[in-house]
Design a protein around this ligand. Structure first.
Ligand code: F6R
Length: 613
């Protein structure tokens, strides 16, 4: 959840660290801090608030130094304030440490350290860790890397850490378990970060640090990796394929709007080499290489969190309708702890934009330990989940920086639909004609999204009228039910308006009691097998004076006549409609949040990459 940056080399570290923090700010933004070594002195600068607040605070101070570490925080232990912000000093201010993750046994360690005479200045688990490293260093008379190794062998939990030592201008020691950590390799310099975004403008050569590995970055360009149990590892250098322009707003006021507008392109990128209209063919190497596993699977379990879980639900409908295989969709956080039945012939599909969500990663490890075949649908190349799975399919939508997921969702739905159709084709549970029809329809999706995006200005004006609302209900049926939940999630997370997504027919079993003339009800009522049923559901709401905002297929008249506001989307196959219907809901949530002057890209209390459970 937090963001980590580090630098050692010949340049001034401060500007690199600040820029790096800005790039990582989507990971946490309640406080930030930097540690620099200059003339042997280890200096800390911390501030509550955004990276910009830290920058302003430090502006008048001496920030010299060619080695430093920096952190942007999403609070877990202790409220967001300057005292709890990272880096944390050890007792004698000899060490400074930044940490992303949670040390679960921090209370026991803290008690031991208190007995040893250590005094604590913050409420964080991180301070406990830096004090433990200090204790290990002193009691065993070892170097920093060895002290880190000894301390981490006692720490339970998840972490990515980086440590500096006063007087040691030549070394950063970092380590990870569960939380991501990447080293960028420049010429006589190293960069360190939670993901590649702060590194990409300096180098495309990276090493992904593995779990339970400790890396020492030396000023002479030497890098050493050992595991906590002291096995030396050879760094594996990888090339990152990410451009700087992908990390900038490109003229849009917010990343979220840019990412919504990118979807025609990102979906085309996602289809490239996979959807071949001329050959009437879908090609997914992750499926082709493991075809027998898919064909022999008795069941598919999809595991994910949040928006990715919504995509998983849509995937379920497609797998069951076309490939006739039973599918369960599980919140990763529940799945990992509820002793699920997992068989060797199950396929577990883990969906994650970031590829770092702690609960989904743990669900993957659990399913793997039970012998299931694990398939990842992830976006961030080289992240932890794709590395932990047996096979998978990247969504290839480029970096998603707005905290609210948009372009990742549409590509996840696309990936799952392609997978379901491929499996169905192999199992011969769909006809060749239908398969070809779907391939052609998929191919048209980017053009249809472009068409929908034209209503942006109209939606902007319309959205303003809803800033008063305290509650929203979103309704849909079948494939559009998960879309309703996704629309509600988008609205609540960025505008702080309470919103619920419901299967339309469930309304009358309770939520209908909420309906009055104040209550906006968004109904996804596109052409589908359940269309008439949804019309009846709308009538029930109308009868109670609810305000209907409907998303309909172009040319619809029935729902149009009973709605207060209508958004048209082009026609498509029912299973593909979620990709189109979600676009106006993303735009609507965005414009309502902007009209309410909310911080759209960094909504309160949220972080982009949830690396703690
Ligand atoms: C909502 C949102 C979150 C994520 C969830 C899972 O807009 O972004 O609900 O979908 O935290 O994240 P990933 O997909 O990275 O595993």
């Amino acid at each position: 959840m937090c963001g980590i940056v580090g630098y050692i080399g010949n340049r001034q570290a401060f500007p690199i660290l600040i820029k790096g923090l800005q790039r990582l700010e989507y990971r946490g933004y309640d406080s930030a801090g930097i540690a620099l070594i200059h003339n042997g002195e280890l200096n800390l600068y911390k501030q509550k608030g955004k990276v910009a607040d830290l920058q302003r605070f430090v502006e008048q101070q001496d920030t010299e130094g060619t080695i430093g570490i920096a952190h942007t925080r999403w609070a877990t232990h202790g409220e967001p304030n300057e005292r709890n912000a990272h880096p944390h000093y050890s007792q004698t201010e000899n060490l400074a440490l930044i940490h992303n993750g949670i040390i679960e046994n921090y209370a026991v360690i803290k008690e031991m350290l208190l007995e040893e005479g250590y005094v604590f200045r913050s409420e964080t688990d991180t301070e406990v860790l830096v004090q433990l490293i200090d204790f290990m260093q002193k009691t065993n008379n070892v170097c920093l890397a060895e002290a880190v190794q000894l301390a981490l062998s006692q720490a339970v939990g998840a972490y990515a850490i980086a440590v500096l030592e006063k007087g040691n201008n030549n070394q950063i020691v970092a380590a990870r378990k569960g939380s991501p950590l990447v080293v960028g390799i420049g010429k006589d310099e190293f960069f360190l970060a939670s993901d590649a975004t702060p590194i990409v403008e300096y180098t495309d050569k990276v090493v992904y640090i593995g779990d339970e590995e400790i890396v020492t970055l030396n000023r002479n360009g030497e890098m050493k990796i050992v595991t906590i149990s002291n096995v030396e590892k050879t760094p594996e250098i990888k090339k990152i394929e990410m451009s700087l322009s992908q990390l900038e707003k490109g003229g849009y006021p917010h990343f979220m709007l840019k990412e919504i507008f990118e979807q025609p392109k990102t979906l085309a990128d996602s289809m490239r080499g996979r959807i071949n209209v001329d050959a009437n063919n879908i090609s997914l190497s992750g499926f082709i290489d493991n075809k027998d596993k898919f064909l022999n699977a008795k069941r598919i379990i999809i595991t994910a969190c949040g928006t990715s879980w919504h995509a998983g639900l849509i995937g379920k409908y497609a797998f069951e309708e076309f490939a006739r295989v039973p599918v369960e969709v599980e919140y990763s956080s529940e799945f990992r702890y509820r002793k699920p039945v997992i068989n060797k012939d199950d396929i577990v599909i883990a969906i994650s934009q970031s590829g770092e969500t702690a609960d989904t990663l743990a669900a993957v490890e659990l399913a793997k330990s039970k012998g299931a075949f694990i398939f990842g649908v992830c976006n961030v190349v080289g992240s932890s989940i794709p590395r932990a799975t047996h096979s998978g399919c990247y969504t290839h939508v480029g970096p998603e920086i707005g905290v609210a997921s948009t372009k990742a969702f549409s590509a996840q739905v696309l990936a799952l639909t392609m997978l379901a159709l491929l499996l169905a084709k192999e199992k011969e549970t769909i006809s060749d004609d239908f398969y070809i029809k779907l391939i052609n329809e998929i191919n048209l999706i980017p053009i249809k999204i472009k068409e929908i995006l034209k209503i942006n200005n109209e939606l902007k004006d319309f959205a303003r009228t809803f800033t008063y609302a305290q509650n929203f209900i979103y309704l849909g049926r079948a494939y559009n039910y998960p879309v309703a939940m996704e629309g509600a999630l988008k609205l609540k997370e960025i505008s702080y308006i309470h919103a619920e997504g419901y299967p339309a027919a469930e309304m009358k079993h309770g939520p209908i009691a909420l309906i009055n003339q104040e209550m906006p009800v968004v109904v996804i009522a596109t052409n589908a097998a359940t269309y008439e049923k949804v019309v009846s559901n709308i009538q029930e709401i109308k009868a109670r004076k609810g305000r209907i905002i409907s998303v309909v297929t172009k040319g619809d008249t029935i729902v149009k006549n009973i709605s207060d506001y209508v958004i048209e989307v082009p026609a498509t196959e029912e299973c593909l409609m979620p990709i189109l219907a979600v676009i106006p809901l993303q735009l609507m949530a965005y414009h309502i949040a902007v009209a309410k002057e909310c911080n759209v890209d960094q909504p309160r209390n949220l972080a982009k990459s949830v690396t703690v459970e």
